[in-house]
Write a protein that binds this ligand. Structure first.
Ligand code: PBG
Length: 333
């Protein structure tokens, strides 16, 4: 980097003096095409439930989700990410409902792709909405989350989603070797176009709390945590090893999660691998900004856009965010 000539020759404020010059020299930009919109879907019809800890977010049945999908198309948001709210009566220790071809997720995928073929649909590969204990995998007699038996079930879940026509599967479970196993199974079944976005560096974070309320896994999980498979927040080099493995195993894109507190990880991943890199601005990040805005302590639209811009600046190609529609609307004026 060259050393600028000292003041008064250099006056960095020259470039900040007016909006048109700031526009000209801005290094990063946000567009509605940067966003993936996560939604919570309920079984049945004409059902709408607010998520108390996520103001502005609702759980919706398919009929009420369709207008939301239409809105995404109109706004230029390229993808929606589906998270199912599974009836307690369908939850089991092994989460077998996750592989039911007529389950909620496959039905919603088929309907969305039929109505809006131009809208990308992404599904979560993980067992936590389906397990009676709220963990992302199956347990042994000491309640340890078993890796290889879980991967076998995740493969079936991903195949079920691919058969329903989903555009992209996103394993969020953090089991070892699952990307490779899923990729191999997809190829063997002829699903050669199904993309995989790996939750590669997913941390054991307390910022997921409101999400677990939203999908209804919080009560199942109780006081348990996910530290034996999700990453330790104290680690950074380990994130690079996780990303390297997922790329080697066949992931098309990688993700860091949570977002704002982990933008250092995004930057390292982008610089090291030059892959399509995403981050998830998770439920707790959304909740804290919303809560402060509702109290009049922060300017809602300003902090929303500033936080999203920070993801781009850190090296993200796109962002999973509950603000997607609000931000896209603002960007469209
Ligand atoms: C579960 C999953 C979680 C999120 C996405 N997929 C929660 C968890 O790991 O407990 C969190 C998303 C959010 O907090 O917005 N596999």
């Amino acid at each position: 980097m060259h050393t600028p000539a000292p003041y008064p020759h250099s006056r960095p404020r020259r470039l900040r003096r007016d909006a048109f010059t700031r526009d000209l020299v801005r290094e990063h930009r946000l567009s509605p095409a940067d966003f993936i919109y996560p939604v919570f879907v309920l079984d049945g019809a004409d059902r709408r439930e607010v998520v108390k800890s996520m103001p502005g977010v609702e759980r919706l049945s398919l009929d009420l989700l369709l207008p939301v999908a239409e809105d995404c198309v109109k706004l230029g948001i390229p993808y929606m990410a589906l998270f199912p709210v599974i009836d307690q009566s369908l939850k089991t220790p092994d989460g077998q409902e996750a592989s039911n071809p007529d389950g909620l997720v496959p039905r919603v995928v088929r309907a969305l792709k039929k109505e809006f073929p131009g809208l990308g649909v992404m599904t979560d590969v993980a067992l936590d909405p389906y397990t009676s204990h709220g963990q992302d995998g199956v347990l042994d007699e000491h309640n340890y989350i078993l890796n290889d038996p879980t991967v076998k079930i995740l493969v079936q879940q991903a195949l079920t989603q691919a058969a329903a026509g989903v555009d992209m599967v996103a394993p969020s479970d953090m089991m070892d070797g699952r990307i490779g196993a899923i990729r191999q199974a997809l190829e063997a079944a002829g699903h050669v176009h199904t993309r995989i976005m790996a939750y590669s560096a997913k941390y054991a974070s307390a910022f997921y709390g409101p999400f677990r309320d939203a999908v209804g896994s919080a009560a199942n999980l109780g006081k348990a945590d996910k530290k034996v498979y999700q990453m330790d927040p104290g680690n950074s080099d380990e994130a690079l090893r996780e990303v390297a493995l997922d790329i080697a195993e066949g992931s098309d894109m990688v993700m860091v999660k949570p977002g704002m507190p982990y933008l250092d990880i995004v930057r390292r991943v982008k610089d090291e691998f030059h892959m399509p890199t995403f981050a998830y601005q998770v439920s707790g990040e959304y909740a804290m900004l919303k809560a402060a805005a509702q109290n009049g302590w922060l300017d809602h639209d300003a902090v929303m856009m500033e936080s999203l811009m920070a993801f781009k600046r850190a090296g993200c190609d796109g962002i999973l965010t509950y603000f997607a529609r609000d931000a896209a609307r603002l960007l469209r004026g």
